[in-house]
Design a binder for this molecule. Sequence first.
Ligand code: F6P
Length: 319
Amino acid sequence: IKKIGVLTSGGDSPGMNAAIRGVVRAAISDGLEVFGIYDGYLGLYENRMKKLNRSDVSDMITRGGTFLGSARFPQFKEEAVRLQAIENMKANGIDALVVIGGDGSYMGAKLISEKGFPCIGLPGTIDNDIGGTDYTIGYFTALQTVVEAIDRLRDTSSSHQRISLVEVMGRYCGDLTMAAAIASGCEFMVLPEIPFNKDELVQELQRGIDHGKKHAIVAVTEKVCDIYELAKYIEEKTKRETRATVLGHIQRGGSPVAYDRVLASRMGAFAIELLLKGVAGHCVGIQRDELVHHEIEEAITKLKRPFKADWLKTAEKLY
Ligand code: F6P
């Protein structure tokens, strides 16, 4: 391997730039050339790429988002599109690819690898929902952002003696919600992994009110229910003013926290190490503080991330 490509794909996450920097600098240190591909698989298909030098990634470690750009590009499921992408890489002399993204992006990397073109996946998403890794790049930064937002909500919720619902991202994974709820002392949480019953939540809130609680904060993972409808329902039943706040894409921005920078740098360098050893079609993870790698296929299909039931148990004791 002499020349590698790197791209970021799917929803961006803080630390993607640090990961690109890790890939670029480790590759150059090992005597390789690196091409940055713009806007994920879309740019790969459209042949938009440029050589990156050490200085192209200077000052990138602190920056949120991804300077290469990212895109959701469902057309990459089509074989003809993928073949064109591989052709483009070959035409530019690229002989291996590092993909930084979530499990949709991993699927693309797996399919390219199956065509005999070596790829390595790095887990870049705030959702922390990827198999084969305890943590994903961007998760800890998003967690900090959510906790800071909930701290602010607590101030106003308590001043007005209200119930506040806060919607947290995570797709179908409750990790971000659960960790944020514990860290910010939320009264309740609604998670995609646990069947949701709004009347049980109302009963819990009512119990709190009966015990003299002046306000309550409920962290709700996106997609479980309509948070505005839920707020109306709770207000109707408890007669307590209830407000809903959707944190939205605020959660994806910002300078990465130190742990995400370290994780991204280590994973970026590890990807190069693996490619030079001839490993392909694998994704990088961190498990019990050790860098690991698994077949992408296995990570996507078999290594479902276990639900942190013990975290929930602890949280329930602390409500
Ligand atoms: O996967 C990251 C994520 O932010 C999810 O938490 C969320 O469901 C989704 O992306 C939002 O996607 P988009 O930015 O395309 O609206």
